[in-house]
Design a protein around this ligand. Sequence first.
Ligand code: SF4
Length: 338
Amino acid sequence: MSVPPILSLDAVSKRFDPRLTLGDRIAAAIGGDVETRAVQAVRDVSLSVAKGETLGLVGESGCGKSTLGRIAAGIMAPTSGAVRLDGEPVIGADGRKHTTRIQTVFQDPFASLNPRITVGDTLAEGPIAHGLVTAGASRAYVAEWLDLVGLDPSYASRYPHQFSGGQRQRIAIARALAMKPDVLVCDEPVASLDVSIQAQIVNLLLKLKRELGLTYLFISHDLGVVRHISERVAIMYLGRIVELGPTLRLYESPEHPYTQALLASVPRLVTSDSDLAEFRPIAGEIPSPLAPPPGCAFHTRCLHAGPRCSAESPALLATRTGRATACHLYTGGVEKAA
Ligand code: SF4
């Protein structure tokens, strides 16, 4: 990457230990059936996002991408590893986020907006608290951000329930932008919207990125949306990045068997019998993060798996095609299935 990274994640891991009630502890002590294993949601992830870049983060539900997004945004501390913005730690030694330069847009805008507070107060609250605007000047400040996301400034006096889903997501974006961030972590920002509205929000994010010089970490399970918005894509499986590379190259010639299976499993518009034959769901279920398979976590579903795959975890290494892939097929010892 020629442009220095603005956001970098260095060997980030996140483990969730089970919360045992007193009853659970007693049951466990007498040999009862109580789940005591930790969930390893994110495992040793290193990523960089260049200034002005959009990095897409893709994976199935439960792969750890939202947890990784929260860690990248500084709203969740990693168990180990570090997140840096322009080289400075995002989370301080006290475990708290120390910057407003990273903001987040979530999937469900209704859940993230307080139903009892007007849109104007919602947008003004953070900027006033952080000294970005005075209370006296906040009305004009709010009007400016509403206008930028395509909403009438008069909407500032209304409440969240008075808006459609797409409008509420615009409000959530305006609230994030009013904090004047450099980086926006978008976690499934269009997943709860109708397809036509999804396109409007994606186009709005592209426009805002151009006009404000923003950097995005864009998290989604939707490969089509990610392809449209991202310059590079990271594919995540059971807490690890398995492939990382420029969007077009990765979509046109995926290297990792999971990326290949993921792209082949996307339903397409069927115009002929051959199109129908191309739709191939990934075999098997995603394993539980409570007990990820040893070695390569994808080996239980991989068509190419060999003995090395269940014994040794592949590292994410640069390949000759200018991307990084975590698969023994590219380091020897495993033959590609015909
Ligand atoms: Fe498949 Fe083995 Fe590569 Fe994992 S390391 S993706 S199991 S070939």
